[in-house]
Design a protein around this ligand. Structure first.
Ligand SMILES: Nc1ncnc2c1ncn2[C@@H]1O[C@H](COP(=O)(O)OP(=O)(O)OP(=O)(O)O)[C@@H](O)[C@H]1O
Ligand SMILES: [Mg+2]
Length: 225
């Protein structure tokens, strides 16, 4: 089954008197259970494309379907629910909540879902925090962590809801190769066991080894799939 179908997607950003054409007509179909890597030079449109698939930004033109639903026509409430229940997002800049500690950051999406007890939420969050090897840091605030540790909190938070689709913008950029490998193994396992679809952007050759497919962007176009 196609979990994502992108047709002729364009994204323009107004910038002063000019327009930046970040995406210039992207066509891309992604199968459920794929593990796909998006590569391309800086500025080629990787983050823009992930933001559009993740319903964080909207396309200027074109069609984006997630699980057969056209997201460009969804209202805010449906988009919020789609993001919360179906999608896990790991941002290039982490986007952790600064006033919450590690445990609270990871618990946060589960609280929003309003379908689990306090106990279930705590257990599930602790499990993920253990898997990203941050047990000792559970009471630290993001400002009290290194870049790689913050990235791992963001990864735990994205995976904690067991989403159908995980979007990750440079997920291993700030990690040493050993920690990066542990996290890629965790994602590979989720991909195999839960059929979670993963879409990464990356510059990292180690990440590419895990990918089943590679999409190459240049100047807002797909140049290779
Ligand atoms: N909010 C914005 N306003 C104006 N231009 C933008 C905005 N966001 C991105 N761009 C431009 O759109 C293009 C694509 O940017 P994008 O962030 O998607 O690239 P990228 O492939 O993720 O790069 P990197 O590898 O450096 O993260 C770039 O030319 C960038 O300058
Ligand atoms: Mg980027």
């Amino acid at each position: 089954m196609n979990i994502i179908e992108i047709n002729n997607v364009k994204k323009d950003y107004p910038l002063g008197q000019t327009t930046v054409h970040a995406l210039r007509g992207i066509d891309l179909t992604i199968q459920e259970g794929d593990l796909i890597s998006i590569i391309g030079p800086s500025g080629s449109g990787k983050t823009t494309l992930l933001n559009i698939i993740g319903c964080i930004d909207s396309a200027t033109e074109g069609s984006v379907k997630i699980a057969d639903k056209e997201i460009t026509r969804m209202n805010d409430k449906d988009l919020t629910n789609l993001r919360l229940y179906k999608i896990g997002f790991i941002f290039q800049t982490f986007n952790l909540i600064p006033v919450l500690d590690v445990l609270e950051n990871v618990e946060f999406p589960l609280l929003l879902m309003k379908q689990y007890t306090r106990d279930q939420i705590r257990k599930r969050a602790e499990k993920l925090i253990g898997e990203v090897q941050l047990k000792e840091y559970i009471r630290h605030k993001p400002s009290e962590l290194s870049g790689g540790q913050r990235q791992r909190v963001a990864i735990a938070r994205a995976l904690v809801t067991n989403p159908d689709i995980v979007l990750a913008d440079e997920p291993t950029a700030n990690l040493d190769s050993e920690t990066g490998a542990t996290i890629l193994e965790l994602m590979k396992e989720m991909n195999e066991i839960e059929k979670t679809t993963f879409i990464f952007s990356t510059h990292d050759a180690d990440v590419l080894k895990y990918a089943k497919h590679v999409v190459k962007l240049r100047d807002g176009h797909v140049v290779e799939h």
